[in-house]
Each structure stands twice: as structure tokens, then as C-alpha cells.
Ligand binder design. Structure first.
Ligand SMILES: Nc1ncnc2c1ncn2[C@@H]1O[C@H](COP(=O)(O)OP(=O)(O)OP(=O)(O)O)[C@@H](O)[C@H]1O
Ligand SMILES: [Mg+2]
Length: 167
């Protein structure tokens, strides 16, 4: 298993790393494979900050707020055609709108199958037009698809974080 490790010096670096990944995902053809991002790491390690950058890279304009109380939030990804005009990207949209889901399992501690059912978790994960990012993904480890990108954040000190990306 290949893993990439980077040091993120300051909040901006965390945001930027998320934005770059968002831009990459945004350009992938939709409907062929799912994109599940499992974000792990202790309180304050930078998961939400990364997701804010990710959403920006995906072209989402609305503010990403922590879904801690709601557990899950849904955002619409603007169509590639709209972006093509303004950013010169090739259209990768097959007409079906893409959606970004932000989950945060902090408040569930150990999500049960019933919790996941109520959240429609498995259905959302299996939708090929959806990009899903999960904070505290380690709490739902056994319910995650095998094909996922794991982003593990660690606090190095008050001014830096470490990010390990693995498949
Ligand atoms: N690379 C970094 N260096 C220093 N501070 C950072 C870095 N990345 C993020 N931060 C800061 O760390 C704090 C916590 O970040 P964030 O809310 O993203 O963490 P989190 O992992 O989502 O925490 P929680 O588990 O509570 O949801 C924020 O104040 C953010 O600005
Ligand atoms: Mg958070």
C-alpha cells in the first residue's frame, strides 16, 4: 500500500491541500467510480479545514459548516458546463448533477447499523455521482467501502499538522 505524507504548515496549507484534491476530483468523469474520502484524526487535527478547501476545489460556493449536530450535510456541486465557461475545464458531466456529502461521526461515537440506515449512509456511498467526505471515519470503519481514500491527520504542534494519504 502506497502512502503519501505531507506536512501542512498553517491553516492555509490544510485548506489548499483540500482544494487541490477537490479540483482533481472535479475533473474526474462522473458515474464510473465512487469517491469516498475517510478523514481520521483527533479533535482539532484539521479535518473540517481540509473539507472547506475540498468544497472550494469542487466549485461549491456555500459555506461549509461543521455538521457535528446534524451528522450529515448535502451540497450540490455546480455542473461542469457552468464551470467550463468560467474556468476552461472540459465538461465531465453526463447531465446528472453531482452531489457532495459531508459526514461527521463525532457525535455518534459508535454508529450502529440503525444509525447508518437512518442516515441513508450505504445508499449515499454507493451513488457514483456523489463525492463523500467522512470526519471521524474510524468510527464507522467496518461500514466503509474497500475502495476509499484515507486521509489521516495528526497535530504536530499548534502551527502544523501532518497528513498521510493512503488508498
Ligand atoms: N496545518 C495547520 N496548522 C495549524 N493549525 C491548523 C492547521 N490546519 C487546521 N488548523 C486549525 O486547527 C483548528 C481545528 O481545525 P478543524 O476544525 O479543521 O479540526 P477537525 O479535525 O475538524 O476537528 P474536530 O475533530 O473537532 O471536528 C482550526 O482552528 C484550524 O484553523
Ligand atoms: Mg471537524
Amino acid at each position: 500500500m502506497q502512502a503519501y505524507e505531507i506536512e501542512l504548515r498553517g491553516e492555509r496549507a490544510t485548506r489548499k491541500a483540500g482544494q487541490i484534491l477537490g479540483e482533481l476530483l472535479r475533473q474526474q468523469p462522473t458515474g464510473k467510480r465512487d469517491f469516498v474520502l475517510a478523514l481520521e484524526g483527533e479533535l482539532g487535527a484539521g479535518k473540517t479545514t481540509f473539507i472547506r478547501g475540498l468544497a472550494k476545489g469542487l466549485g461549491i460556493r456555500s459555506k461549509i459548516t461543521s455538521p457535528s449536530f446534524l451528522v450529515a450535510k448535502r451540497y450540490t456541486i455546480p455542473s461542469a458546463r457552468t464551470r467550463r465557461r468560467s474556468f476552461g475545464l472540459r465538461p465531465q458531466d453526463d447531465g446528472k448533477g453531482r452531489v457532495f456529502w459531508h459526514f461527521d461521526f463525532y457525535r455518534l461515537e459508535r454508529p450502529t447499523q440503525r444509525d447508518l440506515e437512518l442516515l441513508n449512509f450505504h445508499q449515499i456511498l454507493s451513488d457514483l455521482h456523489t463525492i463523500v467526505a467522512i470526519e471521524w471515519a474510524e468510527r464507522a470503519m467496518h461500514s466503509l467501502p474497500e475502495k476509499r481514500l484515507t486521509l489521516r491527520f495528526t497535530t504536530l504542534n499548534s502551527r502544523a499538522r501532518k497528513l498521510i494519504v493512503s488508498e
